[in-house]
Design a protein around this ligand. Structure first.
Ligand code: PGA
Length: 250
C-alpha cells in the first residue's frame, strides 16, 4: 500500500461484544472521511459483528494476531487464511505484548509475516525497544535487528505491503509518550534503513506509525513530524471521543 495517514485502534483484550459494537457504531457515525484512514482492531470474537457495523463506512478492520501455519492442530489459534475468509484485511504482528508475554521471536514473526502476505493481508508490524535498551542508547541497533529479522527477508514488492508501527515499550500504556523529536528520530532511522535495504521509492512509500500513549491531547504534535504517518493507539482507542480527536490531529 502507498504511504497513507493512518489511525489504528488496538482494543487489545478489552470490551464486551455490546460495548465493542457501540464503540464501532459511534466511530462509524463520526469518522466519515477517508483521511486519515481509520482501522479498528478488536478481539477475534468481535471481528465479524464489528465488521458488520462498519459496512458502508470508511473505517477498516484488522486482527491483533495470526498464527504462522495455515491450519491444523493448534488449539486456540487463528490463521491468516481464516482472517482472509472473514474479509479482514489488516493484522497486527509483533506487538510487544505478544513478544513479551507469548514469547514471539523475530524468527517466528518472519513466518507470520509470510503467512499474512500469502493471504494478501496487510501486516502492521510492530518494533520498539525497552527502557533498558534506550537508556543504553542502543535503540537504533535494537530496532534495526527487529526489522532485519522480521521483515528484511521480503522482496521489495512484498515489503511494499507492510505498515510499520514504532512502539517504544516504555511508552505503551504508561502515559509516557516519546517526545515528538524522539519519535521523529526513530521514524527517520527506520525509513533510512528501508532505503538502505531496498530503495528510496520503497522507503518513501512506507507508512510508519507511532504507538505509545497517544491521546487526543498529544496526537497533533506527534503527527506534525515529517516521518510520522499516524498512530497505533491502545488505551485511547477505547474512548470514541478521544480516538476521534486523535484522528482529527492531522
Ligand atoms: P497505548 O498502547 O496507546 O495504550 O500506550 C499502544 C499499543 O500498545 O499499541
Amino acid at each position: 500500500m502507498s504511504r497513507t495517514k493512518i489511525v489504528a485502534g488496538n482494543w487489545k483484550m478489552n470490551t464486551s461484544l455490546e460495548d465493542g459494537i457501540s464503540l464501532a457504531e459511534n466511530l462509524a457515525a463520526n469518522h466519515t472521511i477517508t483521511h486519515p484512514l481509520m482501522i479498528v482492531i478488536p478481539p477475534f470474537t468481535h471481528l465479524m459483528p464489528v465488521k458488520s457495523v462498519l459496512i458502508g463506512s470508511s473505517i477498516q478492520i484488522g486482527a491483533q494476531n495470526c498464527h504462522q501455519e495455515a491450519k491444523g492442530a493448534y488449539t486456540g489459534e487463528v490463521s491468516a487464511p481464516m482472517l482472509k475468509s472473514c474479509g479482514i484485511p489488516y493484522v497486527i504482528l509483533g506487538h510487544s505484548e505478544r513478544r513479551q508475554y507469548f514469547n514471539e521471536t523475530d524468527e517466528l514473526l518472519a513466518l507470520k509475516v509470510d503467512a499474512a502476505l500469502a493471504q494478501d493481508l496487510t501486516p502492521i508490524f510492530c518494533v520498539g525497544e525497552s527502557l533498558e535498551v534506550r537508556n543504553e542508547n542502543k535503540q537504533n541497533d535494537f530496532v534495526l535487528n527487529q526489522l532485519t529479522k522480521g521483515l528484511f527477508h521480503l522482496s521489495s514488492s512484498e515489503f511494499s505491503k507492510i505498515i510499520i508501527a514504532y512502539e517504544p515499550i516504555w511508552a505503551i500504556g504508561t502515559g509516557v509518550t516519546a517526545s515528538p523529536l524522539q519519535a521523529q528520530e526513530m521514524h527517520e532511522f527506520i525509513r533510512t534503513q528501508i532505503e538502505v535495504k531496498y530503495d528510496l521509492a520503497v522507503a518513501a512509500a512506507c507508512s510508519i506509525l507511532y504507538g505509545g500513549s497517544v491521546k487526543g491531547a498529544n496526537a497533533r504534535e506527534i503527527f506534525s513530524q515529517a516521518d510520522v504517518d499516524g498512530a497505533l493507539v491502545g488505551g485511547a482507542s477505547l474512548d470514541a471521543v478521544d480516538f476521534l480527536k486523535i484522528a482529527s490531529g492531522f
